[in-house]
Design a protein. Structure first.
Lengths: 402, 331
């Protein structure tokens, strides 16, 4: 039986995905799990695996097209079989979350489906929604000017016109040395602007003594060496400590769901990874239950894939909290921008020797500054402080880590 | 041939002319009601009819709405085509059994053997300082009942054309006239014409918003549309003319064209005509709407006698203008 290939929904607010490339030609044989196409989502450029075995047929989406999630864009058929005459029309984005994501993404998608209870939908008129679909416009990007900020059909039209105009401008600009941003860079620009303008951030800063953390890394590194594995990094240890602290503070692991707070059953840590032209976040799922060695191996694999531009949908979905470590760049401290609908992000600076007072005496200790950015709609200062305090204590005594 | 100037009649005159013409055309047409003969009704709508057609056909009744409405139903069943006059729409309460359980049901329950070709003319509308028992607009009640047709003219032209259709209809028709509109003048051609039921009329063409208005509210909507034009909003005014049968197609098409709709009716907003029409538009034009359909009707209060209070209980040019402006995002 023919298997449909659909535009997967990888994010709760995702309405559309852009098709960047087909990895297989029409008529070519495909095995389940093989990279089939490359799409650009709200977050990153990802590879989508084939949902089954078969010959690629009935390809109805061209490279560059922006396609509503859940829409069938091709079929995998048995030799001699014809693809169904008419591709099923798009199911609603909300329904596509469960169905489409499961078909295309597999096991990891269940994480996305579970946490996708409510999506943050902008207020939009029925006409505007229809027009946006017709014009293939992501409504999350359209500013609303109607009463109470509702997106009207006129807003959608203006956005479409501006986009068309911008395309022309961009084409002209290239000649004069101004280049349009790469997909990753453009997404980064859009998403950070959206978060920074919509999410009420507040920041808590905490210094932690990293002496024992370094000792633990050394100990675990030696153990890894014995079993001929790569040594875990400070980031790996922080992922483990952070995930365990989040399990004790579920509110920090919750999400803002438009008008309510949604708690997440799993602790999935998004790790910010610098790539050539921007930053992407890869997810370590259920990090609170993983051993350091497992976290380390997974994080390494994700980093390699991210830098090679080979992240898969499952690699970027379902994160509930983000860790961003710029320690390797010798940054002392910084504040990070939250990735909605996550409620917080932890920004970690370099571990450096500083003079601190210990029992009334100045001593030199390796210190590390952690800055917690939180969404004030989900957590308040006191709650966030309790979490950060707990985390700082865990950093000070990491020896219990498995 | 030089173009003939169309003559202008008042709303009351147009109603009277329709009655007179139908009474001349069909000897079965007769009038019952309080003060319909020499007095010509308190609104002087029927002046002169008793003189032409005599007391046999223009019959003053006792103050007993239930009684003479029942008499109308019986007369209609047995061969006449009576036009029953209920002075104030508020008194419809007294006629309800005759209208709802008898007139509306007889044709159906007799398997088509009996017909009730009766017209019940009555009034609606506030702002006449007539207090709570003489100012209501209760047409929604009758529009709710299968077996009754409900006409609500908004101009002298429509009044004449619709009333002639009502009299010729073999079904019971309730005919609502806005008591504040009797002196309104408008073009009414000399030549014979009728207006079919269930055909809405575009009173003004526009692009940005549809204002569906009935009876008394049509003039209000047209006034609001003129104000809207000054701020660059082009309003279309649609008058359904009959609430049943209802021209759903025209309503939906106009809303699809403009993407926005306000429904204005002088009846109570709660469970009223506005709700029904708004629902028709929402169902038919949903994917073309840029805003929720707005309803504007009388406040959910007894109509006050106090003039300053009475004036704010019903939609006005100003309130319709404000609502339309907000809906179009013009402040």
């Amino acid at each position: 039986m023919a298997i449909s290939v659909v535009m997967p929904a990888l994010e709760m607010a995702q309405e559309t995905g852009k098709l960047l490339a087909w990895r297989k030609k029409e008529g070519e044989s495909v095995r389940k799990g093989e990279p089939l196409l490359e799409i650009e989502t709200d977050k990153a450029v990802v590879e989508v695996e084939a949902p089954g075995d078969g010959l690629l047929a009935g390809v109805s989406a061209e490279v560059g097209a922006v396609i509503p999630v859940g829409e069938t864009i091709a079929w995998l058929v048995a030799p001699g079989e014809k693809p169904p005459a008419k591709a099923r029309t798009a199911v609603s984005a909300r329904r596509a979350m469960g169905g489409a994501a499961q078909t295309a993404v597999g096991a990891q998608a269940t994480v996305a489906a579970k946490t996708a209870v409510a999506r943050i939908a902008p207020q939009i008129s029925p006409k505007a929604r229809r027009r946006a679909k017709e014009l293939r416009i992501d409504i999350a990007l359209v500013p609303g000017t109607g009463p109470d900020g509702v997106i009207t059909a006129e807003d959608v039209q203006k956005f479409a016109d501006a986009k068309a105009g911008a395309g022309a401008v961009a084409a002209q600009a290239t000649a004069s040395g101004v280049e349009p941003p790469s997909p990753v860079a453009r997404l980064m620009a859009e998403r950070t602007t959206q978060s920074w303008t919509n999410v009420p951030h507040f920041f808590l800063v905490r210094e932690a003594d990293a002496g024992e953390l370094i000792a633990a890394q050394r100990r675990l590194g030696e153990e890894a060496k014995k079993s001929q594995k790569s040594a875990p990094t400070i980031t790996d240890l922080l992922i483990a400590l952070l995930a365990r602290a989040l399990a004790r503070h579920p509110r920090m692991n919750a999400s803002w769901a438009g008008e309510s707070i949604r708690s997440n059953t799993e602790v999935n840590i998004s790790v910010a990874i610098a790539v050539k032209d921007g930053v992407v976040s890869a997810v370590i799922p259920k990090a609170d239950t993983l051993k350091i060695a497992e976290i380390s191996a997974l994080r390494r694999e994700l980093t390699e894939r991210a830098r090679a531009g080979r992240l898969r949908p499952a690699d970027i979905t379902g994160g509930t909290f983000t860790l961003s470590n710029l320690g390797m760049y010798q940054v002392d401290a910084f504040s990070a921008i939250i990735t909605p609908p996550q409620a917080a992000v932890l920004a970690v600076g370099a571990i450096s020797e500083r003079v601190v007072a210990v029992e009334g005496r100045p001593v030199v200790r390796p210190m590390m500054t952690m800055t917690l950015s939180s969404d004030h709609r989900v957590v308040d200062g006191a709650r966030a402080a309790e979490f950060l305090n707990d985390l700082a204590e865990a950093v000070r005594e990491p020896m219990k880590l498995p | 041939m030089p173009e003939m100037a169309v003559r202008e009649l008042t709303f009351a005159h147009a109603v009277r002319e329709a009655l007179a013409e139908e009474m001349r055309r069909d000897s079965r047409v007769c009038i019952f009601g309080e003060d319909v003969a020499e007095a010509g009704t308190p609104f002087k709508v029927l002046s002169g009819l008793v003189e032409e057609f005599g007391r046999e056909r223009v019959l003053d009744t006792p103050i007993s709405e239930a009684g003479f409405t029942g008499m109308g139903v019986g007369a209609a069943m047995t061969g006449l085509r009576p036009v029953v006059d209920i002075m104030f729409g508020d008194f419809l309460t007294l006629t309800m059994d005759q209208l709802v359980n008898q007139a509306a049901k007889v044709h159906y329950m007799s398997g088509g053997t009996w017909k009730v070709p009766m017209v019940l003319r009555t009034t609606l509308g506030a702002t006449r300082r007539s207090a709570a028992q003489h100012s209501q607009s209760l047409h929604a009640w009758l529009s709710h009942v299968p077996g009754l047709k409900v006409a609500m003219p908004s101009t002298p032209y429509d009044a004449k054309g619709l009333l002639k259709t009502a009299i010729r209809d073999d079904n019971p028709v309730v005919f609502f006239e806005d008591k504040m509109m009797y002196k309104l003048k408008g073009p009414v051609p000399e030549q014979e014409y009728t207006i079919p039921f269930g055909v809405a009329d575009m009173k003004r063409e526009g692009e940005d918003i549809t204002i569906v208005a009935t009876s008394s509210m049509v003039q209000v909507a047209l006034g609001a549309a003129e104000c809207l034009e000054k701020i660059g909003v082009s309003a279309e005014v649609i008058d359904p003319r009959t609430t049943w049968p209802l021209d759903e197609k025209t309503l939906v098409e106009s809303a699809k064209k403009t993407s926005r709709a306000i429904v204005v009716d002088e009846g109570y907003g709660r469970y009223g005509v506005t709700g029904e029409i708004a629902s028709v538009i929402a169902e038919g034009a949903f994917y073309s709407l840029d805003a929720p359909v707005k309803r504007m009707g009388a406040m959910h209060v007894p109509i006050p006698f106090s003039p300053p209070l009475e004036d704010v209980t019903v939609p006005t040019e100003q309130t319709v203008f404000e609502a339309a402006r907000a809906m179009c995002g013009k402040g």
